[in-house]
Design a binder for this molecule. Structure first.
Ligand code: PLP
Length: 355
């Protein structure tokens, strides 16, 4: 279905690709030549189009800026050794985007606009998909409310757009994390399971304090009791205790990560016991003390799999085993990378090929 859609294209007169150093890509710092844009008005989406990447102008009263109706997705396109371009699980992001839209009282987007717009955009900017190991084209679909109105209400006008950024590795070293027990990112019944801009707004100050103290990220705990793990920054979190892979179960405070689901799927296929449930800080600290915590890592599109080197809880640093004694996460990462780059058979039908 999406193969047949063609959105009108206005091509840039001057490609900026030669200005980008592909051997030293900083996450989210450079953008491909084009973007996909469509506006919503009078109760429906208008004509989607592909135009040169560039600034927008908006009225200072634009609703998204004041009341935060803003959601996004993050996904990636990879280049195979044969030169094919493959997008990882685009329908999973599409479905999650619409769940975020519903929660934020925003209009849903059709598959034609989300997937069709994305595939045509990547096709046009295909030279921007990097080929070096660990690199990819990061895709950022997002939606903001555009009413020019200061009354607090669900907006009537929106813009959906997709921009693309060539990226390399997110974290270059195993991360140090602090168990956060004072601040909360989200609470039960809130918007933690929507990929909403405001969730990040709430996380920045506590994260800044942690980074000033030498950590890379926080390990968030539940807002009510600060005794159960939730997530870490832009990642879901997993613990390998003995031979069991344990991760917090999805609820209203935890984002349903596509990477999380993919890693759990690959782990189950290997016969690893997977437990999705509440994971207490106490349980993990106990496992650390007794040497039963073999690995801990964050999983997310931007960072892929980020091994955790150290966890600080109540002012005490707990160091995890050295990386060379932790085969599980790298082995899952290799399998995931091989699937994404087309090096092994895509038996789950996760990859969508750009024509
Ligand atoms: C995007 C995101 C993740 C990771 O989800 P993926 O689909 O794997 O990229 C995890 N936690 C939060 C809060 C996120 O916004």
């Amino acid at each position: 279905m999406t193969d047949t859609i063609h959105f009108p294209v206005t091509k840039t007169s001057h490609s900026r690709i030669s200005e980008v150093d592909f051997s030293n890509l900083k996450f989210g710092a450079s953008f491909s030549d084009h973007m996909f844009v469509v506006d919503y008005a009078d109760g429906r989406w208008g004509q989607g189009k592909i135009v040169p990447y560039g600034p927008w102008s908006f009225d200072p009263s634009m609703a998204a800026l004041h009341y935060g109706q803003a959601i996004f997705e993050g996904q990636k396109a990879y280049r195979s050794p044969k030169g094919e371009i493959l997008v990882f699980r685009p329908h999973a992001n599409f479905e999650r985007f619409n769940l975020s839209a519903i929660r934020m009282s925003m209009p849903e987007v059709s598959e034609e606009l989300f997937i069709g717009g994305m595939m045509q955009l990547i096709q046009l900017d295909r030279d921007w998909v990097p080929s070096s190991e660990g690199s990819s084209l990061y895709l950022r679909p997002f939606m903001v409310s555009t009413d020019e109105f200061l009354g607090v209400r669900t907006s009537e006008n929106y813009r959906f757009a997709i921009i693309c950024s060539p990226v390399g590795q997110y974290y270059s070293e195993p991360i140090r994390v602090k168990v956060e027990k004072e601040f909360s990112r989200v609470a039960d019944g809130g918007i933690g399971n929507a990929k909403a801009a405001g969730n990040y707004g709430a996380s920045l100050y506590p994260t800044k304090l942690a980074q000033q103290a030498g950590f890379h990220q926080l390990l968030w705990t539940d807002a009510a009791t600060h005794t159960y793990f939730e997530e870490s920054g832009t990642m879901n979190v997993m613990f390998l205790v003995g031979n069991t892979l344990i991760t917090p179960s999805i609820g209203s405070t935890i984002l349903k990560g596509v990477t999380r689901d993919s890693v759990l799927t690959l782990a189950r296929e290997r016969g690893v016991t997977v437990e999705e449930r509440r994971v207490s800080v106490e349980e993990i600290v106990q496992a650390l003390k007794e040497g039963r915590l073999k690995e801990a890592f964050g999983v997310g599109t931007a960072a892929t799999i980020a091994p955790i080197a150290m966890i600080q809880n109540d002012g005490i640093d707990y160091h995890l085993p050295p990386l060379d004694q932790r085969p599980f996460a790298p082995s899952i990462l290799k399998e995931l990378t091989d699937i994404r780059t087309g090096a092994v058979e895509d038996r789950h039908h996760w990859m969508m090929k750009v024509q």
